[in-house]
Ligand binder design. Structure first.
Ligand code: NAD
Length: 323
């Protein structure tokens, strides 16, 4: 594998996750974030998770020494093959930053936004140079472990860019899902937001606590979702006639008025219920410890998914990597 230079713009939760994934796969990374102590925070995070990454599988060239920080955006992106933008989710800010990246980056570089919500057509609007190389590449936290990345092109994106991006994220041991169109919120977040809205209603109405809602997922549908999405899960819920029987039996329930697509008002009372509920669930365990537990669990789960060979020819682990 050819060592590439990746620029990471914005080094918060997601930017740092990308830095870890790029480094673990043996690439050079140049990061840029104007926040004070951004570099210290990133380096502290890398020291913390490097043992996890080592367990997951490091490329022979992988090293924290392949990371540098630039003081200017232009210096960070000028030599990069891929620029991953991770600034806060504000349309004006993202458009400005992406337009600046477009003016400093090599013409053949890919510019990818991690945005959870905006469509690539919106983000590439302000690019005066090469808007055809702008895409959305939406990851999932923790980016250094979760394989899915949703790739979407906008009205001006070239098919060559999408092909190159598909190959590039695949080589990062990810599962790129190239969307055939673009929608606000892409696919995964739309599904998660629907569940999140319903969960907030349930807590708001006093039907269940945050812990009870979480248990209803963890010990039930969540176990199946590690293996199958909503369609195959329901296909198996329909007996021998599968989805056909399922639709005949439960199809009419879709019209029942018990799902609410409108979000509840985030009142102070609801916010407090959710904030207090989740801290109670963690007890004395810090968020940092929870992250370690989550990472250990995710690695075991991915190992299991691969061992079971349920999805033939699919690899989800970074082990046995070729250099
Ligand atoms: P965050 O607040 O943790 O990090 C944003 C970082 O951007 C901060 O470090 C900030 O200093 C920096 N920044 C602000 N202005 C900047 C600028 N002009 N140039 C460079 N850096 C700048 O946010 P986050 O959760 O990492 O989210 C970043 C992006 O990733 C958002 O678009 C979000 O939708 C997307 N995303 C988030 C998640 C998630 O679970 N948090 C998942 C997938 C995608």
């Amino acid at each position: 594998m050819e060592q590439k230079t990746m620029a990471v713009v914005g080094t918060g939760v997601i930017g740092n996750g990308w830095i870890a994934r790029f480094l673990a796969n043996g690439h050079r990374v140049i990061a840029y974030d104007p926040a004070p102590q951004a570099e210290e925070k990133t380096r502290a995070m890398l020291t913390e998770i490097w043992p996890t990454l080592a367990q997951y599988g490091l490329h022979p060239q992988a090293s924290i020494n392949n990371l540098s920080f630039a003081d200017q955006l232009s210096d960070a992106v000028a030599s990069a093959d891929l620029i991953q933008e991770n600034v806060p989710e504000r349309e004006d800010l993202k458009k400005d930053v992406i337009a600046s990246i477009d003016s400093f980056a090599k013409p053949e570089a890919i510019i990818a936004s991690s945005t959870s919500g905006y469509m690539p057509s919106v983000l590439q609007q302000a690019c005066a140079h090469y808007p055809e190389r702008v895409i959305v590449a939406h990851p999932f936290n923790p980016v250094y472990l979760i394989p899915l990345v949703e790739i979407a092109g906008g009205k001006q994106t070239s098919s060559k860019t999408l092909e190159k991006a598909n190959q590039l994220y695949d080589q990062l041991n990810m599962k790129p899902l190239v969307m055939s169109g673009e929608i606000d919120g892409h696919i995964g977040d739309r599904l998660m937001e629907a569940l999140w809205r319903e969960a907030l209603h349930i807590v708001n109405d006093g039907v269940a606590t945050t812990e009870e809602v979480d248990k209803a997922i963890v010990y039930g549908p969540g176990l199946r979702w590690a293996l199958m999405g909503p369609f195959l899960t329901l296909h198996l819920a329909g007996g021998n006639d599968g989805m056909k029987h399922m639709l005949e039996q439960f199809g009419p329930a879709l019209k029942l008025p018990w799902t609410r697509l409108i979000a509840p008002e985030l009142t102070d009372e609801l916010k407090n219920k959710v904030i207090d509920g989740t801290s109670l669930q963690c007890g004395d365990i810090s968020i940092n410890d929870m992250e370690h537990r989550r990472d250990r669990f995710l690695m075991k789960l991915m190992q299991l998914l691969e061992e079971e060979g349920f999805w033939p020819s699919e690899r989800v682990l970074a082990y046995e990597r070729q250099s």
